[in-house]
Design a protein around this ligand. Structure first.
Ligand code: ATP
Ligand code: MG
Length: 411
């Protein structure tokens, strides 16, 4: 009697492609996961994205897009099966689930210990203070008295932030006095739930000259690379423009900010891309830099690298999480300016594809990126990048294209 052949066992890290290239699993299927896809295609790496909805930005372009929520341990375990590494499209993934994945032998990059510093502004502020990184004056706030004391000490108005769950300025408010913060203080007094995290912190309102960002990548082997420091422009808490490199930035200040970002990546054990958002503040001799917050994934301040750098942040993120040697971060042009395309305010401008006609005819040098996201006023739905030798020209062209696609101008 002949024995039945044993069912084929798929080893957990079996290469998924003919060339042996692995699968990278991404928690979340937003625009960042979507922009990983061209880089993955070029490298012959397979992506798998965990999509909450079938029309998520990345689910539209990645074949392997299982449905599931980032807070569902079973969905995360299924996502990880057979993948070489699990990485993130956004930071709203419960660290206890990532710890469980890591404990079961899955490579999670960035790891949960590092990620906490991007999820929780209180954890981040405490750690940065410990590491001696310059930050705005801050304090945890639990009660009206805490806020009153802090505001009296640093001067009103102050910036009040939710420790967790904020994005695009949604967890950030400037308050002139305690009364203005009454609703958030009431929430902070109630027991926190996962859906309504309530912990608050207050920060001095920094009189910054401008905002900067340092984008770095670090691999598990410890290799690291940093793109040139960029200037970011925020309107109502949402990024509208990025200029690379930051114009007129003192070389020593740039070096110091870069060194801080690389040191943080190392000390926090970051793997993958990390953005360090900073304030440039006037100082006795020139200027100095305070760290605002950290993001541990490709970041809006690095979208310019797709068209403007030898290695994009998306390719670099894949290289880093796969522990491959990192790519060259040199700019391809003297200047690159990225302008975000936000969902138009009026529905008559919602057909952004139609607007391509004008933008592309007007300026063949503009690189347009749309994320396949449904129109909603003010929502980030895409970006444009222009690169060149003359900053004024490059910036004007990027603004024109961005404003036209956003419906702010019509000619
Ligand atoms: N202490 C501060 N002083 C002055 N302005 C601040 C301060 N903190 C934040 N801001 C402004 O609010 C913006 C959003 O703040 P922050 O980056 O902390 O919040 P976020 O919602 O997590 O943002 P993101 O969009 O980066 O996720 C900053 O880019 C800056 O323009
Ligand atoms: Mg920010």
């Amino acid at each position: 009697m002949s024995e039945q052949p044993a069912p084929t066992q798929v080893p957990p890290t079996q290469p998924a492609t003919a060339t042996g290239a692995p699968t990278v699993a991404v928690v979340g299927a937003g625009q960042l996961a979507r922009m990983l896809q061209p880089a993955a295609i070029a490298l012959g790496v397979r992506l798998r994205v965990l999509a909450e909805r079938p029309d998520d930005a990345a689910a539209q372009v990645v074949v392997d897009a299982p449905a599931g929520r980032p807070d569902d341990p079973a969905a995360l375990a299924a996502l990880a099966r057979g993948a070489a590494v699990v990485t993130l499209d956004h930071e709203q993934v419960p660290t206890e689930h990532l710890r469980a994945l890591a404990a079961s032998g899955v490579a999670v990059r960035p790891g949960p210990d590092a990620l906490e510093h991007a999820q929780d502004k209180l954890v981040m502020r405490r750690r940065l203070a410990q590491l001696g990184v310059p930050v705005p004056r801050w304090a945890p706030v639990g009660t009206a008295d805490d806020l009153q004391r802090f505001g009296d000490e640093v001067g009103w108005p102050v910036v009040l932030k939710t420790a967790r769950g904020g994005y695009d300025g949604k967890g950030v408010r400037v308050v002139a006095d305690v009364a203005e913060a009454a609703d958030w203080l009431a929430r902070a007094a109630a027991p926190a739930t996962a859906a309504a995290p309530a912990a608050l912190l207050a920060e001095e309102r920094v009189p910054f000259a401008r905002e900067l960002a340092v984008l770095v990548a670090r691999s598990p082997s410890g290799q690291a690379a940093a793109w040139p420091v960029v200037e970011t422009v925020q309107v109502d808490g949402i990024c509208t423009e990025v200029v690379a490199p930051a114009p007129g930035l003192d070389e020593e200040v740039a070096l110091a900010a870069t060194a801080t970002a690389l040191r943080l990546a190392d000390q926090l054990g970051v793997t993958g891309v990390m953005a360090v958002e900073c304030f440039e503040v006037p100082a006795a001799a020139g200027s100095s830099v305070l760290v605002n917050e950290l993001a541990m994934r490709p970041h809006n301040s690095g979208h310019w690298t797709i068209d403007g750098s030898v290695t994009s942040q998306f390719e670099q993120h894949l290289r880093a999480v796969l522990d491959l040697p990192l790519g060259d971060v040199a700019p391809r042009a003297r200047w690159s300016v990225m302008a975000n395309v936000l969902g138009p305010q009026r529905e008559e401008h919602a057909d952004v594809f139609r607007a391509y006609l004008h933008v592309m005819a007007h300026d063949p040098g503009v690189k347009v990126h749309l994320y396949g996201k449904a129109w909603r006023p003010g929502r980030k739905i895409g970006h444009v990048t222009v690169s060149g030798a003359d900053l004024d020209d490059v910036r004007a062209r990027a603004r024109h294209a961005g404003d036209f696609l956003t419906g702010l101008i019509d000619g």
